[in-house]
Design a protein around this ligand. Structure first.
Ligand code: PEP
Length: 251
């Protein structure tokens, strides 16, 4: 049985004051037993969030990392080793906003994935198709290529300590959500692709769904057999809403 994970991606949101408010709200949440919870603040607020959530069972992660594991001459980037030193446990790699706006390619994402793991961080590999790709019937091909690059570069064993997040680009921040059946179809395909290489890794890996998840639709998504929790953007900025999503994962 896979333990559900609810992860909040705060994106480029927050000031010290608003982050302090959010921490206060999160500290008050009664979280269900049997699930994992993580939040991914902006890099600037990681130390504040780690200190603020001390003693609360919530992991903190980063939204991105450098391709090189160790600190060095790479202006503007943050090394996975620095994130680990700061107390991060996880890092998002390949979020669609970084693929689309920052031009990150599969090869670069593989390098970030490897760099993160070499520093003891758990990478959360984000994959997903655009609306155009879905309408062209290419969803499984696109997601398969994004996942396949990491499998080819690092071997399927890399997924023994990693998480996958399926996030259809057309559902991120748009209010449109994949139906539970649409999401399940892709999650099952991701697991099958991993199973073709290693059944045990595929059985154990957690695959999160992301894309306009909120309290009102979380339970029906989390009920699907291959959906092991959610990567939550906008709704994770409201502690009560995030708490309700966590409860849906725990029920
Ligand atoms: C995300 O950014 O990973 C995300 C899923 O955003 P939202 O929940 O706002 O669609």
């Amino acid at each position: 049985m896979r333990r559900p994970l609810v992860a909040g991606n705060w994106k480029m949101h927050g000031t010290r004051a608003s982050v302090a408010e959010l921490i206060k709200g999160l500290r008050h949440l009664a979280l269900p037993a049997g699930i994992d919870v993580a939040v991914f603040p902006s890099c600037l607020h990681i130390a504040q969030v780690i200190a603020g959530l001390e003693g609360k069972a919530m992991a903190v992660g980063a939204q991105n990392c450098a391709v090189e594991p160790m600190q060095g001459a790479l202006t503007g980037e943050v090394a996975p080793s620095q994130l680990a030193d700061a107390g991060c446990r996880m890092v998002l790699v390949g979020h669609s906003e970084r693929r689309q706006i920052m031009g990150e390619r599969d090869e670069m994402i593989s390098r970030k994935f490897a760099a993160a793991q070499s520093c003891g961080l758990v990478p959360v590999l984000c994959v997903g198709e655009t609306l155009e790709q879905r309408e062209a019937g290419k969803t499984i091909e696109v997601v398969g290529r994004q996942l396949g690059t990491v499998i080819e570069d690092l071997g399927v064993g890399a997924f023994a300590s990693a998480i996958v997040a399926y996030e259809p680009v057309w559902a991120i921040g748009t209010g449109l959500t994949a139906t539970p059946e649409q999401a399940q179809e892709v999650h099952a395909a991701i697991r099958a692709q991993l199973a073709a290489e290693n059944g045990e890794v595929a059985r154990k890996v957690r695959i999160l769904y992301g894309g306009s998840v909120k309290a009102a639709n979380a339970a029906e998504l989390f009920r699907m057999p291959d959906i092991d929790g959610g990567l939550i953007g906008g709704a994770s900025l409201n502690a009560d809403e995030f708490g309700a999503i966590c409860r849906a994962a725990g029920s």
